[in-house]
Design a protein. Structure first.
Length: 265
């Protein structure tokens, strides 16, 4: 069987390696059959993540290129990809042979829901209090989604002002947030320690849009965590365990504030 090699097949693969090959041989006759591409998946929960192993059922291709459905790609007959999200993603495989290329059907990969577990880590058995981690470098950084510390790479361990380091942030499983500033609140923009701004707000909680395990938003206007100059933001939980939490606050396409927190001792 003969198949005509053309640039359209190369564009499907979107691979720099194959792109080069196509540019060198823009047209010509290729030999061999092109099998229908298919693959299987094995799903394994690992903590808050899900490890999925993808295996092509085609054994004689010279290239296997995967689209994992979360914006990332991979190559190889068998590959393992780690997802930091829940829900359903759509995966696809392209294989390349001497006779041309073959594109699999798009398959749904159903990832286990971890959102309830994330909320449990956030709120504890019903209520949990967090504080900025002043014992590590860069407890708060400011930047962009691609580089969270691009604008401000943080202070050294112990460098937070006392009126900011002692702030307490409590979350309940009922969806209530409480900010306890103690005596004062640190106000950005050169103001420094000022009148306390303690308060309470309900919050919504659900799967993250973009990077992160989950996200929450406060219902009461002006509510903030860590920085007074950035209220009313969306907070994404980038990482969380019993002993630490990494929060990223911001709006799509805007400045982000990334904070390291630990449970109140």
């Amino acid at each position: 069987m003969k198949n005509i090699w053309n640039k359209a097949a190369c564009l499907l693969l979107a691979s720099p390696l194959l792109f080069t090959a196509c540019e060198k041989n823009d047209s010509g006759t290729l030999e061999g059959a092109v099998p229908q591409t298919d693959f299987t998946t094995t799903i394994k929960p690992v903590g808050l993540t899900t490890e999925v192993t993808f295996t092509s059922t085609n054994a004689d291709a010279f290239l296997y290129q995967w689209s994992f459905g979360d914006g990332s790609v991979g190559t190889g007959k068998t590959v393992t990809h780690i997802y930091k999200k829940s829900g359903t993603v759509k995966a696809q495989l392209i294989t390349a042979y001497r006779g041309g290329t073959s594109l699999s059907a798009v398959k749904d990969v159903v990832l286990p829901q971890n959102i309830d577990f994330v909320k449990q880590l956030l709120t504890g058995s019903g209520s949990k209090t967090w504080m900025l981690n002043n014992a590590v470098d860069a407890p708060i950084v400011v930047g962009t989604e691609g580089n969270p510390s691009e604008y401000f790479n943080g202070v050294k361990a112990g460098g937070l002002p006392p009126c900011q380091a002692d702030d307490e942030y409590t979350f309940t499983s009922a969806g209530v947030f409480t900010y306890n500033a103690k005596a004062e609140t640190f106000v950005a923009g050169g103001v420094g320690c000022s009148t306390q701004r303690s308060g309470t707000s309900e919050f919504t909680f659900g799967p993250a849009t973009g990077e992160g395990f989950a996200m929450f938003e406060f219902k009461k206007a002006g509510t903030f965590i860590g920085v007074t100059d950035a209220p009313d933001l969306t907070y994404r939980i980038i990482d969380i365990s019993d002993k630490s939490m990494l929060l990223r606050a911001g709006k799509p396409g805007g400045t982000v504030f990334q904070m390291k927190l630990v449970p109140k001792p």
